[in-house]
Write a protein that binds this ligand. Structure first.
Ligand SMILES: O=P(O)(O)OC[C@H]1O[C@H](OP(=O)(O)OP(=O)(O)O)[C@H](O)[C@@H]1O
Ligand SMILES: Nc1nc2[nH]cnc2c(=O)[nH]1
Length: 185
């Protein structure tokens, strides 16, 4: 059943704000500088991973100081849940990625299953190299491969269920202005 607006307002009122809006923007500024330094001469093809990657992509793109071809794909494995399942492709990338440098942008690397599967797909479809950028890397030892990291990471955040800046709570609060942890999760 859909939570009521009152319940959703209670979720943010009771949540812990782990990273403020200002700290998130500082992290995105730094990520943009790092990505610009690394990729400005690579003519990269950027894929926003919908839905969670939407806000980071929208904030990053105007900060990248080189021409970027921006596209999107849609893969999901959490749906409305707080634990992940099988990755479901809702929209596979359509752009030709043969011999291209691909940059995948998402909100969070949790276990890393999502980014691994997308990177494998891009390499299997001819990408020359695949780099990944995430706003948040959740700190725990359940990564799909030990030590798995994105190439560009904004923030390292503790092992709680997070929402805000693209990350949802039951489909809501992707718009929360900061990174929050749900009470009790
Ligand atoms: O590292 P993992 O454990 O694979 O989890 C990370 C993925 O989980 C979230 O997506 P979700 O499946 O919730 O879909 P959404 O983007 O529509 O929220 C998030 O946006 C990442 O894509
Ligand atoms: N919203 C949200 N999505 C996730 N996907 C993987 N981990 C998380 C998380 O902590 N919050």
């Amino acid at each position: 059943m859909t939570d009521s607006v009152d319940e959703l307002n209670q979720v943010i009122a009771e949540a812990d704000c782990l990273v403020s809006e200002q700290q998130v923007y500082q992290a995105i500024d730094t990520m943009a500088e790092e990505i610009t330094a690394a990729l400005r001469d690579s003519n990269p093809l950027l894929f926003c991973v919908m839905n969670g990657g939407l806000i980071l992509t929208g904030q990053l793109l105007p900060r990248l100081k080189f021409p970027v071809q921006a596209e999107y794909l849609h893969a999901t494995r959490y749906r409305q849940e707080t634990t992940g399942g099988i990755l479901e492709w809702k929209l596979r990338p359509e752009a030709d990625m043969k011999d291209r440098t691909v940059l995948i942008v998402d909100d969070i690397l949790d276990e890393g299953t999502t980014l691994n599967a997308i990177a494998d797909y891009c390499l299997a479809h001819g990408a020359e190299r695949v780099l990944t950028a995430v706003l948040v890397d959740k700190q725990h030892d359940r990564k799909a491969k030990p030590g798995l990291k994105a190439d560009f990471t904004g923030l390292e955040v503790e092992d709680r269920f997070l929402f805000g800046f693209g990350m949802d709570y039951k489909g809501y609060w992707r718009n929360a202005p900061g990174i929050y942890a749900v009470k009790g999760l």
